[in-house]
Ligand binder design. Structure first.
Ligand SMILES: Cc1cc2nc3c(=O)[nH]c(=O)nc-3n(C[C@H](O)[C@H](O)[C@H](O)COP(=O)(O)OP(=O)(O)OC[C@H]3O[C@@H](n4cnc5c(N)ncnc54)[C@H](O)[C@@H]3O)c2cc1C
Length: 382
């Protein structure tokens, strides 16, 4: 299968990272369709993550990471490549950062020293627990609570749809404390924390629900009381753009597969690729992929320059790329005809994953207002 070309080469200095990610992706490709359907962690994926050392890219060098600061461009390069073969490996890789970045930016020295080196080596899997049965996009609706009493933090509530639930060694949890939101570090073995399987999603997902009724030391706080949103927003500004890169990898694979099909399958004695209607579906898809790719890497570069800012920009890249992937994979299904909707087929798997992408890490409709606020604010243009 010929890879879809790109107008934009890798940013300078990222070829070796791409080579490592490609080798990891190739290693798991033979069983990716099986592991993407599984709701439990496959040890082969964890082994690949550990051996390739890719999770070192989500932790700063001071704690065993690969780069001095977490580099959003490197994370995008890796996710784009991993996602083209295995959603599960991509998810395992990215959650190491999504679940631990609050510690990197706001954790205490003890928290960082205890957890980040283990995250870097993929010895400890990380998770971020925000969503609740009655709260998703609207963080004001969170009802889990943190109460400080007698030198202890009592954390109580239910978190659901949590990626890595049940396999994570610790959770970064966002919960209500008084009038604000606080973040705390919840180790998996804490008494009073119960993992409940499900719900299962149509997209690849290891995860589930957490029933939480625990006492934690005051040192479990990540940052000051009531200021938990800041490290979560910092996480999103770095990792939301990486969902855009994930969408690029998915869309590129969908085009690769559809082009290979259109080159060989015939209609009226000629390859589908010769039919103008089919060629247009694929040409539009490639064009939109390239537009989203330019935006994604530009935003990743902005986030690299200033990792504390850029939530509007990373939302822009995420919504543009996830919506692009949705349109592209839909067209590619169409090009493949019945083979595009065959259960267990490559395209069907890509289609299901693309659908979920438009919802997690910020549903598209919920991100437009985030972007709009920037448009009407007084911030200077870049
Ligand atoms: C595969 C997968 C993995 C996930 N992993 C995690 C995880 O690791 N940790 C975690 O905490 N959560 C996780 N989630 C949950 C995810 O973050 C939420 O699904 C997402 O935030 C949307 O919330 P919701 O599903 O409750 O939808 P709702 O908030 O109920 O929104 C439903 C729809 O209403 C519209 N809408 C909602 N709010 C607005 C708004 N403000 N403006 C405009 N339109 C709006 C949108 O169209 C949206 O799709 C995961 C979800 C999936 C599917």
């Amino acid at each position: 299968m010929r890879p879809t070309p790109t107008l934009m080469p890798l940013p300078d200095g990222y070829a070796e990272i791409a080579r490592r990610a490609s080798s990891a992706a190739a290693e798991v490709a033979p069983f990716a369709s099986e592991t993407d359907e599984s709701a439990t962690l496959d040890p082969r994926l964890l082994e690949t993550l550990r051996r390739t050392g890719l999770s070192r890219f989500v932790v700063p060098a001071a704690f065993g990471g690969e780069t001095e600061r977490v580099d959003p461009v490197a994370i995008c390069v890796i996710r784009e490549i991993l996602m083209s073969e295995s959603s599960h490996l991509d998810s395992l890789f990215s959650l190491q950062g999504i679940g631990s970045y609050a510690l990197t930016v706001a954790g205490s020295a003890e928290q960082r020293a205890a957890w980040l080196p283990r995250v870097a080596n993929a010895e400890a899997l990380a998770a971020l627990a925000i969503t609740e049965p009655d709260a998703g996009s609207d963080l004001r609706a969170l009802s889990s609570t943190i109460t400080e009493r007698a030198g202890t933090l009592h954390l109580s509530g239910t978190k659901t749809a949590i990626s890595n639930a049940g396999v994570a060694a610790f959770y970064t949890v966002l919960a209500r404390e008084g009038d604000g939101l606080s973040a705390v570090l919840l180790p998996a073995e804490t008494r009073g924390l119960e993992y409940l399987p499900g719900p299962e999603f149509m997209a690849a997902h290891i995860g589930g629900t957490l029933s939480i009724d625990v006492d934690l030391p005051l040192t479990a706080r990540i940052g000051p009381p009531g200021r938990g949103l800041a490290p979560v927003l910092a996480t999103l500004s770095v990792f939301r753009v990486s969902v855009a890169a994930q969408a690029l990898g998915l869309a590129r694979k969908a085009i690769d597969v559809a082009v290979a099909h259109a080159d060989t399958r015939t209609s009226g004695g000629q390859p589908l690729a010769r039919l103008p209607a089919v060629a247009e579906l694929l040409a539009r898809s490639w064009t939109e992929l390239e537009m989203a790719r330019l935006l994604t890497y530009r935003v990743a570069e902005l986030a690299r320059a200033n990792t504390g800012a850029g939530i509007a920009e990373s939302s822009m890249a995420k919504v543009a790329a996830a919506e692009m992937a949705g349109r592209v994979v839909d067209r590619c299904v169409q090009v493949m005809g019945r083979f595009g909707v065959e259960r267990g087929g490559r395209m069907e798997r890509l289609y299901r994953q693309a659908r979920a992408m438009r919802i997690y890490e910020g549903a598209s409709e919920a991100l437009w207002p985030v972007i709009g606020r920037e448009l009407f604010s007084e911030k200077t243009s870049r």
